[in-house]
Design a protein around this ligand. Structure first.
Ligand code: NAD
Ligand code: ZN
Ligand code: ZN
Length: 348
């Protein structure tokens, strides 16, 4: 089968011929119906060097995957060939306290995982191929009625990651609160929808592209702002001087982190999801009192079940553009150039 593989760090992926996988005991092979192209893949191609992450190329890209059960390994029960499934992406050890509650994203024994801190498309072969080997059947979540693999694929990361980041701040988002989304791309356009569907917060969306702001408006943002030096002031002005109860930074460069810290409200949350390589200097007087600053990584399996439910009920509508394996690199080039809206999904 053909697969889009990252051959080495700081290299563009190549479409190459590889063997079709066969499932071992406890494993399942999924026929891919959709594989999302995440901005993290651009970081893999352009930014990371050996040692930056605990993985080594070559591996097939594609860590947002959904499709149909294709072949089932010995010992697997409860799945049927042809059944539509989403693939939970972070593959932990399966036995530590975190993995046992479905939080493989924060596995405490990464040395015993199939790959430390990653999964298919992040260290191991991913879904930008006809078939994906999933190392444990527990990573498959049956697709609820009404959700096809093209829509489900982005929900497994571009949906799940903001859902996890927002869910942890739910108690801070009652009526009268404000949430800010910085970066309305693949993750951010679903972040706006998750805020709308699960909280009463007023939503302010920030981006440096007008099309992204238009998309945010379409999905229910109450106010949209062009990203710039004055963004934090504008957020304060729009909140009667108080600032935002939650700032989600889906970019993570110096400028957006500064904006986020300056826009956060006393007792608020600044949650850094974007891997833009920026940093923020924190001291007693540099952020409002009791602002909590955290990074988040992906989400849990139970949260993926909740995200898929929101998707099946039409409360989360990923905006997708589909590409074939042959033009997958066009998808990445458009993601890089900022000429995509929502998420690109490869349909092999
Ligand atoms: P994307 O390219 O689809 O979206 C990024 C958006 O940010 C675009 O709309 C772009 O116009 C906007 N943007 C860029 N610079 C900006 C600035 N200075 N101010 C305001 N907006 C700006 O990317 P994506 O796939 O949504 O991923 C976003 C980030 O999240 C990436 O860094 C990615 O690696 C990271 N990510 C992190 C996790 C995690 O678990 N922490 C998971 C997935 C992706
Ligand atoms: Zn991703
Ligand atoms: Zn574990």
């Amino acid at each position: 089968m053909r697969a889009l593989r990252l051959p080495a760090w700081k290299t563009e992926p190549e479409l190459v011929e590889v063997d079709e996988p066969t499932p071992g005991t406890g494993q399942v092979v999924v026929k891919i119906g959709g594989a999302g192209a995440c901005h993290s893949d651009l970081h893999l191609m352009h930014d990371f060097e050996a040692g930056a992450v605990p993985w080594n190329p070559p591996f097939t890209l594609g860590h947002e995957n959904a499709g149909w059960v294709h072949t089932i390994g010995a010992g697997v029960t409860g799945l049927e060939v042809g059944q539509p499934v989403a693939v939970y992406g972070p593959w932990g050890c399966g036995v530590c306290a975190r993995c046992r509650v479905g939080a493989d994203n924060y596995c405490e024994n990464p040395a015993a995982a199939p790959v430390p801190g990653g999964g298919g498309g992040l260290g191991l072969d991913g879904g930008m191929a006809a078939y994906l080997l999933v190392p444990a059947a527990r990573h498959l979540v049956p697709l609820p009625e009404g959700l096809d693999p093209v829509a489900a694929a982005p929900l497994t990361d571009a949906g799940l990651t903001p859902y996890h980041a927002i869910r942890r701040s739910w108690s801070k988002l009652p009526p009268g609160s404000t949430a800010v989304v910085i970066g309305v791309g693949g993750l951010g356009h679903l972040g706006v929808q998750i805020l709308k569907a699960t909280t009463a917060a007023r939503i302010i969306a920030v981006d440096n592209r007008d099309e992204a702001l238009r998309l945010a408006e379409e999905y229910g943002a109450d106010l949209t702002l062009r990203s710039g030096e004055r963004t934090a002031e504008e957020i304060r002005a729009a909140t009667g001087g108080r600032g935002a109860d939650l700032v989600l930074d889906f970019v993570g460069v110096d400028a957006t982190l500064r904006t986020g810290a300056a826009a956060a409200r006393t007792l608020g949350d600044l949650t850094i999801v974007g891997i833009g390589g920026g940093s923020l200097s924190v001291g007693f007087f540099s952020v409002p009192y009791e602002v909590s600053i955290q990074t988040t990584y992906w989400g849990t399996r139970p949260e993926l079940v909740e995200v898929l439910d929101l998707g099946a009920r039409g409360l989360l509508r990923p905006k997708t553009t589909t590409f074939t394996l042959d033009n997958a690199m066009d998808a990445y080039h458009r993601l890089q150039d900022g000429t995509l809206e929502g998420r690109a999904v490869i349909v092999p």
